[in-house]
Design a binder for this molecule. Structure first.
Ligand code: DUC
Ligand code: ZN
Ligand code: ZN
Ligand code: ZN
Length: 484
């Protein structure tokens, strides 16, 4: 049984050209003019692009006393509806818990996924057991990325010495460290101060996490990674201070990557000053939304290449869950949704406005991510031999985003009322049509775990070759007698 995508224009990270695409056994088997097959998908007037990869989601995650509301079924259904064909979720061991035990929980819940998926492993504590298990995680479990929280003091946060040890371990294993970069000590102190002053509403969340605490932590993580001889990936880069640190590091030859979220690119801090408590609390996430200047910085970074990836940090909570934080913003579960809307919102606000080319759109939603996470060209490519994870994108299709017809299981949407132009006509996951215009045909359990192999030495940070990581022994003479 073969499928042919006919009459479309292929758009990849570096090329735009007219050709048909033939699929068999879930893979792309031929690209060229006038192909025929058993089933034909009409792509006239459409762009044929690699399916989106969302490298940052939290599905059914135990967090802040509850569980994020979308699971692997509803989350991947939402993703596919918006053109995303692979997600990477964060396995989150409790502090003190075995990484491998935590992974068993993630293996169980991910069996319901509608599209392919992978995991990052979180390092939420440090010790010999973590050091040992990291090797098994990389070599046996096919996970080559480790996330570190510099915030969430007293819960998930790791200290600088622990990060340094873990980054060195990553370097030795050919793994890429990730950081949630916010100064957790300062955030905790600011939160307490705001509460003491009677500032307990959701706006207190934003006041306690200003851009400078993110910029400081990003810079600190970059220096620690460089000292450890490791590259670094900074999740949810939301502000100029953090972007600046990444830009500077890259100019100095370090492999540092930055990941803005679609929420930070398109929504701003005024959302927290909406009079309605629910409205503001639904938008509480870390880092919080920023002002227009920070948004402009992120867009500029995507266009110039100093930022490489657009993700969602999809971590949806119902209004009822958010209300746990009435009277104390510190208890509002942090997180917003975005899986279904990332690609249409980025196309509308990026490509349609001229801020991004179509090829840049493909790069930041798919190809760059596949390369950084080491799954290219199996994912992120329209090439013979690649998985047929494809979105057939209709640049003329429009809709108004609304919770009324979304796939996510929560009852609101932070993008409510936004008009988007540019939506999938079809989304294919390994050759299977999962979405056809507004008809969702996802198959629960179709998704498979994607192994990600360790990186070769070539992808390690440049500092590996600097003298600082290989101290030179000095043969000294004339050592003065002590106590002189
Ligand atoms: N930030 C969020 O807003 N939610 C999940 C975790 C995080 O770091
Ligand atoms: Zn985070
Ligand atoms: Zn409102
Ligand atoms: Zn996250």
């Amino acid at each position: 049984m073969s499928t042919v995508i006919k009459g479309g224009t292929i758009v990849t990270a570096d090329l735009t050209y007219k050709a048909d695409v033939k699929i068999e056994g879930g893979k792309i088997v031929e690209i060229g003019p006038d192909l025929s097959g058993d089933e034909v998908l009409d792509a006239a007037g459409c762009y044929v692009m690699p399916g989106g990869i969302d490298p940052h989601v939290h599905l059914e995650m135990p967090f802040m006393g509850t569980y994020s509301a979308d699971d692997f079924e509803s989350g991947t259904r939402a993703g596919l509806t918006g053109g995303t064909t692979m997600v990477v979720d964060f396995c989150l061991p409790d502090p003190g818990q075995s990484l491998l035990d935590a992974l068993k929980r993630w293996d169980n819940k991910s069996t319901r996924a509608n599209c392919d998926y992978s995991f990052h492993m979180s390092v939420t504590w440090w010790g010999e057991q973590v050091f040992d298990e990291m090797k098994t995680v990389v070599e046996e479990k096919g996970i080559n990325t480790f996330k570190h929280f510099m915030a969430y003091k007293g819960a998930l946060m790791v200290n600088d010495d622990e990060m340094f040890a873990s980054f060195q371990r990553c370097a030795a294993l050919g793994a890429l460290p990730l950081v949630h970069a916010e100064n957790g000590d300062v955030v905790a102190a600011m939160q307490q101060k705001l509460m003491d002053e009677g500032n307990n509403g959701p706006e207190g969340h934003a006041y306690s996490r200003p851009p400078s605490v993110e910029g400081e932590a990003t810079n600190r993580a970059i220096i620690i990674a460089d000292m450890a001889g490791a590259p670094l990936y900074v999740v949810h880069t939301s502000c100029e201070q953090s972007h600046e640190a990444i830009r500077r590091a890259r100019q100095n030859g370090m492999r540092v990557y930055g990941e803005p979220l679609i929420q930070h690119l398109t929504l701003d801090e005024s959302e927290y000053f909406d009079k309605d408590w629910d409205h503001a609390a639904r938008r509480v996430m870390s880092p919080p939304f920023r002002n227009r200047q920070h948004q402009d910085s992120l867009w500029a970074g995507l266009a110039s290449g100093s930022l490489q990836v657009v993700a969602t940090d999809h971590c949806a909570f119902t209004t009822e869950q958010k209300r746990t934080g009435i009277g104390d913003f510190r208890k509002i579960p942090n997180g917003t949704g975005g899986l279904e809307d990332r690609m249409p919102m980025l196309w509308t606000h990026g490509v349609n406005t001229g801020r991004l080319t179509m090829n840049e759109f493909v790069a930041v939603t798919s190809t760059n991510i596949a390369k950084i996470l080491n799954v290219y060209p199996r994912k992120g490519a329209i090439l013979v031999g690649a998985d047929a994870d494809i979105v057939i994108w209709d640049p003329k299709r429009s809709k108004t985003i609304s919770a009324k017809n979304q796939q996510s299981s929560i009852e609101y949407n932070v993008f409510e009322g936004k008009e988007v132009t540019g939506l999938p006509r079809y989304t294919l996951t390994r050759g299977v049509v999962a979405v056809e215009e507004s008809t969702v045909k996802t198959r629960e359990g179709h998704g498979q775990f994607v192994r990600r192999e360790p990186f070769t030495a070539v992808n390690k940070a440049l500092s590996t070759w600097k003298e600082i990581t290989a101290p030179r022994k000095v043969e000294r003479t004339g050592i003065p007698a002590s106590g002189v």
